[in-house]
Design a protein around this ligand. Structure first.
Ligand code: NAP
Length: 384
């Protein structure tokens, strides 16, 4: 066996057997007065045997908000210690632990509401499930507690209701560190999700667990999720353009750290965006140091709430359209990470606009140019 083969021994830990990673650091990256809370979390992978590459994700197995579990137990007047079956293998847990750690409580599927209606005498619930449009509207933004409290009293037993629930899935986060730069560590950038819906504050299961209930020294169950579709260029001399507003910055911190260690010679251009420069410029100092060191060639930051008119990453791309196209023409790789629904679509369309204008191409040819980049692996997206 060669020395390098040691690294290739597969880890004993995986999605089905997660590693308990110790929290080394957990800080808020946003300044006072920000409307956001973005946690920078550092975990120790010592003893895990895990390795990862920039672009990969870390899976976290979360547990539910204990306050939500208490409310469900109270509304249903259930005994927290009742033993319930949690899966098809007939494994059991005490009810409170099952609700806390095993079942998904914060999303309501159409299937759960339909099956619940079969266990209920409620006319309103039966009317609701008979109307597809109303059902869709009802499940949006509501959770198990809403269903149980709105359509009670329930004749169904705790076992019948628990049998409707899905297993709580792990959450995946793009790694924000390079293993080469931080041996036996992984860093994450996680935005805490809080919002009001239907008169109650809703919280992202894993993001709020990380923000509010995860202290330095605690451990959390994690695993590596390989993502071969989001990778640095194989050679060190290629230029890269990275568009990562908000928590979309995460994989690019990993990219930049990796290219520092590997002494990449290609240029690197980062488009970052968030609400306010004073409080929301994530990793600002670090990024400026990378700029000084020359690992980053250029940063363009867009702050959407500092001016009357919103400025977004794609506006900065537009302003630099000639240079951006020149980078593409010289073989640059283009990466996007972050919000799928709006940002990634707008960035995609802006990229076509830029290629059309600067390449003096028809819309069709500009789209074909971008498809070509994608086929060559030079346009990669990690959007969620
Ligand atoms: P974020 O909410 O994506 O915000 C980062 C920056 O992007 C803000 O300055 C925001 O501006 C701006 N932005 C909003 N719409 C944009 C667009 N169409 N094009 C370009 N920039 C745009 O950052 P985050 O808090 O780190 O959140 C990222 C995560 O939240 C992702 O998981 C994302 O999927 C999720 N998210 C989704 C939605 C959604 O509606 N699908 C909304 C928010 C967050 P303003 O907020 O000032 O407009």
């Amino acid at each position: 066996m060669q020395a390098t083969d040691v690294e290739k021994v597969p880890s004993l830990f995986s999605r089905t057997n997660p590693f308990q990673a110790r929290v080394l650091k957990n800080v808020n990256l946003n300044g006072e007065g920000s409307s956001k809370e973005t946690r920078h979390i550092e975990l120790s992978l010592q003893g895990s045997g895990f390795s990862y590459e920039p672009g990969d994700c870390l899976g976290i197995v979360p547990y539910n908000d204990p306050e939500l579990v208490t409310l469900i137990l109270e509304v249903m007047k259930w005994d927290a210690d009742t033993t319930v079956v949690i899966n098809k293998q007939n494994e059991t847990l005490p009810l409170k632990e099952a609700l806390l750690k095993h079942f998904e409580l914060t999303l309501l599927s159409k299937k759960i509401v339909q099956q619940a209606a079969e266990l209920s005498e409620s006319k309103e619930l039966k009317q609701l499930v008979a109307d597809a449009e109303k059902m869709k509207a009802y499940t949006h933004g509501r959770d198990l507690l809403d269903l149980l409290s709105e359509f009670g009293p329930w004749k169904a037993s705790v076992h019948e209701i628990v049998a409707l629930l899905r297993k709580l899935p792990p959450r995946l986060y793009s790694v924000a560190s390079s293993l080469a730069a931080n041996p036996e560590e992984v860093h994450l950038t996680i935005g805490a999700v809080h919002y009001m819906a239907h008169g109650r504050e809703r919280k992202g299961v894993c993001s709020v667990m990380c923000a509010e209930r995860l202290n330095e020294g605690d451990t959390i169950p994690v695993f590596i999720q390989v993502n071969k579709h989001f990778r640095l260029p194989e050679t060190l001399e290629h230029d890269i353009i990275m568009v990562g507003p908000g928590t979309g910055i995460a994989p690019f911190r990993s990219f930049i750290q990796e290219r520092t260690v590997s002494k990449a010679t290609g240029k690197a251009w980062l488009f970052f965006g968030d609400q306010r420069a004073a409080t929301d410029f994530l990793y600002q100092q670090e990024l400026e140091q990378y700029l000084q060191a020359g690992v980053l060639t250029k940063i363009d930051a867009a702050f959407s709430r500092d001016t009357d008119q919103k400025v977004y990453v794609q506006h900065n791309m537009q302003e630099n359209s000639r240079e951006l196209f020149a980078w593409l023409e010289r073989g640059a790789y283009f990466y996007v990470c972050g919000d799928k629904q709006n940002m990634a679509k707008d960035v995609h369309n802006t990229l076509i606009d830029i290629i059309e204008k600067e390449g003096q191409l028809s819309r069709e040819d500009a789209e074909a140019y971008l498809n070509g980049l994608q086929e060559q692996g030079r346009y990669q997206r990690d959007v969620y």
